[in-house]
Design a protein around this ligand. Structure first.
Ligand SMILES: Nc1ncnc2c1ncn2[C@@H]1O[C@H](COP(=O)(O)OP(=O)(O)OP(=O)(O)O)[C@@H](O)[C@H]1O
Ligand SMILES: [Mg+2]
Length: 379
């Protein structure tokens, strides 16, 4: 890429695309976005297109003239987009990486085969296979749909064979589902890794991800863990990203076990909610490093700008449209609160609508400021 002002195509128009584009624009990159349906967050950009992205002609028009094409989500039609690309345009991460990651069974098999620690799991074609696997692991077990799950939809924790049988029909595809041993973890952790095409990486601090009702409520960085666990978590995340040949920013969700071991839960081939803290919290945000990595530009430092960073999600509290932003002024008057509103036109109960980050030296103080600011916003 000789062009000092490359063109980046982003497949996706949600908050991740919006935040990627913001960093790209800041560095002089020309950005265009494509979404299959009208997406609020991307409307901030001049070249935001809404069109049927399963149509090859739409994809070809979109990718024409791009130096690099990336995806906001593993569900974007990456392989289809890659098909018509000229040699001078790269799709990053590669369709191969996306294929491995978007099927939870294939992903776990790939990681386990390469020696990355994961919970015990079995890819089961039939109910009987699943019951046998669950007997072997011991109940409870977690049933996981192979493809298409997010925010915990597509998983079920079952206590016995009857519950397993009950949940099978809604979760199993033609090739069945994955049965995973229940990990009685100490904490859920996440680590972001940015990786360039040649393999050069930077690794972010270890984040503690606090879940409420199966959704990420808050992320605290650095996680309050021992040095040994921190090193293990970062090393495992870096290895996992190498194993899938990830290019760009890859987020690694981990379980810290009571004995101090660390297991990979899953990877996301893109910037991730658990890395939003890095916008204000790190010298280089996950979005900036994603853009740098896919353009094969030098990566920036992921070091924290303060002793602590806390991010609290702002979730929809009702279903309807358009959202109001009641309480925004109250949130903005909280000292040091960085408020992000994604601009989604429809609110749904529990939907991620925005987030608040606060960084600072006193952990308890920044936690309460972030919680207060996030709670003030009613959508
Ligand atoms: N093997 C397991 N043992 C215990 N808890 C688990 C296990 N697998 C998943 N979970 C819990 O369920 C949550 C969601 O699981 P997972 O990450 O597989 O699903 P997802 O739908 O891709 O979720 P998300 O989009 O929220 O990341 C995890 O964050 C964790 O709290
Ligand atoms: Mg997950």
């Amino acid at each position: 890429m000789d062009d000092a002002f490359p063109t980046l195509g982003i497949l996706g128009g949600g908050q991740l695309g919006k935040m990627m584009a913001a960093e790209a624009v800041r560095m002089g990159v020309d950005v265009r976005l494509l979404s299959p349906k009208k997406a609020g967050p991307m409307q901030a950009y001049a070249d935001a297109r809404t069109a049927d992205w399963t149509d090859p002609q739409v994809l070809q028009d979109f990718t024409e003239g791009c130096d690099v094409v990336t995806v906001e989500s593993e569900w974007a039609p990456a392989a289809e987009a890659a098909e018509g690309l000229p040699e001078t345009t790269a799709l990053r991460p590669s369709p191969d990486t996306l294929d491995v990651i978007k099927d939870k069974g294939v992903q776990k098999q790939r990681l386990a085969a390469a020696g990355c620690s994961v919970p015990d799991f079995a890819c089961c074609h039939t109910i009987q296979d699943a019951v046998d696997a669950a007997d072997q692991f011991g109940y409870p077990v977690v049933l996981k749909q192979y493809r298409g799950s997010y925010d915990g939809y597509g998983n079920a924790t079952v206590a016995d064979a009857d519950e397993l049988r009950e949940n099978w029909p809604s979760l199993a595809a033609d090739d069945g589902l994955m049965v995973e041993a229940f990990a009685d973890f100490e904490r859920e952790l996440a680590v972001q890794v940015a990786r360039r095409p040649g393999g050069e990486q930077v690794v972010y601090p270890v984040a503690y991800t606090e879940q409420r009702d199966h959704r990420c409520h808050a992320v605290e960085v650095p996680a309050q863990i021992s040095d040994a666990v921190r090193r293990r978590a970062q090393a495992l995340a870096q290895k996992s990203v190498d194993v899938v040949d990830g290019i760009g920013l890859i987020a690694v969700e981990l379980f810290e076990m009571p004995d101090g071991s660390v297991l990979v839960n899953e990877l996301a081939p893109r910037p991730h909610n658990t890395g939003h803290y890095s916008i204000e919290g790190c010298a280089t945000s996950q979005f900036e490093n994603h853009v740098r990595a896919i353009l094969d530009w030098p990566l920036g430092s992921p070091t924290l700008r303060a002793s602590h960073a806390i991010m609290v999600n702002v979730l929809g509290q009702r279903t309807g449209s358009p959202p109001s932003t009641e309480g925004l002024e109250e949130a903005l008057s909280v000292d040091g609160a960085a408020v992000h509103i994604y601009g989604k036109p429809d609110v749904r109960d529990g939907r991620k609508m925005g987030h608040v980050t606060v960084i600072g030296e006193d952990r308890d103080d920044i936690r309460s400021r972030a919680e207060n600011a996030a709670a003030a916003i009613r959508l």
